[in-house]
Design a protein around this ligand. Sequence first.
Ligand code: NAP
Length: 312
Amino acid sequence: MLMVVKSGGPAAMPEWRSLYRSLLPELEIVGWDDPELDPARVEYAMVWEPTPGRLAQFPALRVILSSAAGVDHITRDPSVPAHLPIVRMVTPETGERMADFVTACAYAIVRDFPALRDAQTARRWDESLVGRRASETTVAILGLGNLGVACALRLAANGFRVRGWSRTPKQIAQCESFAGDDGLHACVANADIVVNLLPDTAATRNLIDRRFLAALPRGASLINVGRAPQVDIQAVVASLDSGHLHSAFLDVFDSEPLTPNDPLWQHPKLWLSSHIASAVSRESKARQVVKAILADQAGQALEHVYAADFGY
Ligand code: NAP
């Protein structure tokens, strides 16, 4: 069995080899750019942003294993053979890490950490910066999948009032559920914080635009940990500049890495991170991949398979 790996670049290959050697010794690992790679022998491909056209050149390929939870970085290549299952990277660590990050952002917003930092920079003792309580803060989560639910449960456990929006209705303890196009407005109305955790599909692209932002209450904040194409970034900046949006946390960008001269870095009301909201360990990823390969070899159904009909 041979798997080609494109995840983390050549520097990550020794760690991938060592992990897979210990987890599944019969699995041979080859780097994406390895000159020894024989395309005819590739049965599995674990990839992040595969070079367009390459996956179609592996005639024995059985399963594509995304190195990330989203698969947009694979499906945007129209030459990827439609019959091949694409497995999303969903590990036990993924939801936990995303819930950590989103909850941290939510607290930074309710206790207004930017204002605390400003006061410190100005050496100003300011007893007015008391923020507000989690229990008087409504968080609307767009996308109630693996990650959205993990965030909803954690935020609710921390006392936030939680709502969520998904394509199909959900029943989640302590999370008011809204579904379908009609449910979106009701979900975000009066939300203090909107968390985007939708997959990048034709239906979700540019969802968070000027009109969407204008419909949020003044002083609301946005946390985008889904994908960049869902958010009109110029509309976010305009809303921050006008004082309508309080702050925005952005973890994902149209072009990554964000270049040092990008003006977004300098915006005082933006908090940027480098697509790390739920960066899971290589060990956790390797375990998940091995699980999928063993299921495939045993002829069992694969979990977390991309559904082309819905685009995620
Ligand atoms: P998931 O389990 O597939 O869940 C997706 C959710 O979005 C589901 O609740 C789905 O509704 C909902 N949805 C999809 N299309 C919709 C539409 N048109 N209208 C309303 N709801 C819609 O995905 P996940 O594992 O939670 O991951 C979500 C996304 O997070 C990924 O696709 C990726 O883009 C992003 N992500 C980011 C990071 C990071 O570090 N920043 C890490 C991992 C993932 P149903 O429940 O009805 O199907």
